[in-house]
Write a protein that binds this ligand. Structure first.
Ligand code: PLP
Length: 455
């Protein structure tokens, strides 16, 4: 069998890929004709493809490569750990140093009394853990009828059947259905759904939907509310300032667990270690993944407060993954956290990258296609519109103009995603001002070209 390498002609790699590889979130039959781009290597914020192009990755992969590509330290740690102990599990009264050290470090970094970690292979698995964990918590407290988890429409909590049901993506529900006892309220997306309300009034109204849902479903039935501090895959939807304090008040009043899905917002993305710190909320459970290892190894988990850990620990918790706390992934994650900490990457975000990005990002509203521009730390979105004043939607099928814009970015060697007709970025946290300048040259060129294409 011929060895497949980076040195093969692109067309041959594309043909083999089309013949055998099913891609996530893709219409695979069309991919063969459209052609996939073969990424061969990466450094810092830059990707290379098999045609020798240099691409600026304004998405940090899938929102995960927080420390940037090409850090040899992580490769060395992985190799060392593979030689010493490539695998062992943490079931049945065993443990190992990478899992101990990573759990201890996460307890130190997490706010409040979030002191306990249950590891998973990624964010979807961690949210499945959370479903079982909150239901077990209420069972062990003698309130087994508390099973309902309230989530939000357009939220993304993962791709397993349970985590996608927990999420609020209509297209995913259409393909695999819901699971019992999950309820969705509306998202705080003022631009698209705020009508005539001002943003703060709208934020309060959307938060109060949580209270209405609790009263409708029955206070004695609601176990938890789950949300991303900033909705990421839904289009970087930043709630109005009035939203989160009201959500916190309602969770406190009705004694329901608050789960913050920090898979995107965690590990510096919003300028703090966790997005809940940026939003000023106090979760009982945080879902983590992505930036935990900067994507260098697949790992996720749930960080849990003292009370929840104590209550679920009363009995056997019938749950666990072969790769929970995988020693190589845990060692890589620990090294990633060391780099984030010792290189003061959060200070770089707060004092250099995020303020500079914000100034330039908000200035994009001078472009005729751009309505609102939203940004928190190093995650940002723009809404494309044919009429800024009325916040109008395009007459075309939703997502058509966003897709055109994304394709222009791709052709200009810039990775930027579209969610419907919103364009989003989430670059590596280590991006420099000069690289931000280069990113904006490409963004503006792509927006101009998209506008010319639709005129
Ligand atoms: N939760 C959020 C907020 C996410 O953005 C994602 C992935 O994008 C997930 C969960 C699922 O994580 P994973 O893809 O690691 O399973």
């Amino acid at each position: 069998m011929a060895t497949i390498t980076n040195h093969m002609p692109t067309a041959e790699l594309q043909a083999l890929d089309a013949a055998h590889h099913l891609h996530p979130f893709s219409a695979n039959n069309a991919l063969g004709e459209e052609g996939t781009r073969v990424i061969t290597r990466a450094r810092g914020v830059w990707l290379n493809d098999s045609e020798g192009e240099e691409i600026l990755d304004a998405m940090a992969g899938l929102w995960c490569v927080n420390i940037g590509y090409g850090r040899d330290e992580l490769a060395e740690v992985a190799a060392r750990q593979m030689r010493e102990l490539p695998y062992y599990n943490t079931f049945f009264k065993t443990t190992h140093v990478p899992a101990i050290a990573l759990a201890q470090k996460l307890a130190e970094l997490a706010p409040g009394d979030l002191n306990h970690v249950f590891f998973a292979g990624g964010g979807s698995e961690a949210n499945d853990t959370n479903i079982r964990m909150v239901r077990t918590y209420w069972q062990n407290k003698g309130q087994p009828e508390k099973t309902v988890i309230i989530s939000r429409k357009n939220a993304y909590h993962g791709s397993t059947v349970a985590s996608s049901a927990l999420g609020g993506m209509a297209g995913m529900h259409a393909q695999s259905g819901l699971i019992p006892d999950v309820h969705h309220i509306n998202q705080p997306n003022w631009w698209a759904e705020g009508g005539d309300m001002d943003p703060e009034e709208f934020g309060l109204a959307r938060a109060r939907e949580l209270e209405e849902a609790i009263l409708e479903l029955g206070e004695n039935r609601v176990a938890a509310f789950i949300a991303e501090p900033v909705q990421g895959a839904g289009g970087v939807i930043v709630a109005p300032d009035s939203y989160w304090p009201e959500i916190q008040r309602i969770c406190d009043k009705y004694d329901i667990l608050l789960i913050a899905d920090e898979v995107i917002c965690g590990f510096g993305r919003t300028g703090n270690w966790f997005g809940t710190q940026t939003m000023g909320i106090r979760p009982h459970i945080m879902t983590i993944a992505k930036g935990l290892s900067s994507g260098y190894a697949p790992i996720g988990g749930s960080i849990v407060c003292d009370e929840v850990a104590h209550v679920i620990g009363k009995d056997e918790f019938n749950h666990g993954y072969t790769y929970s706390g995988h020693p190589v992934a845990a060692a890589v994650a620990l090294e990633n956290l060391r780099i984030l900490e010792e290189e003061n990457i959060l200070d770089h975000v707060r004092n250099v990258a995020a303020p500079y990005l914000k100034e330039k990002w908000e200035a994009l509203t001078d472009h005729p296609l751009v309505g609102e521009a939203k940004i928190v730390g190093m995650m940002a979105s723009i809404a494309l519109t044919p009429n800024k004043a009325s916040r109008a939607k395009f007459a075309s099928e939703p997502g058509t103009i966003g897709y055109i814009c994304r394709e222009r970015c791709f052709a200009n060697n810039l990775i930027m995603r579209h969610v419907g007709d919103r364009m989003i970025i989430s670059p590596p946290l280590v991006i420099t001002p000069a690289e931000i300048d280069e990113m904006f040259v490409r963004i503006r060129k792509s927006l101009d070209e998209a506008q010319a294409e639709i005129e």
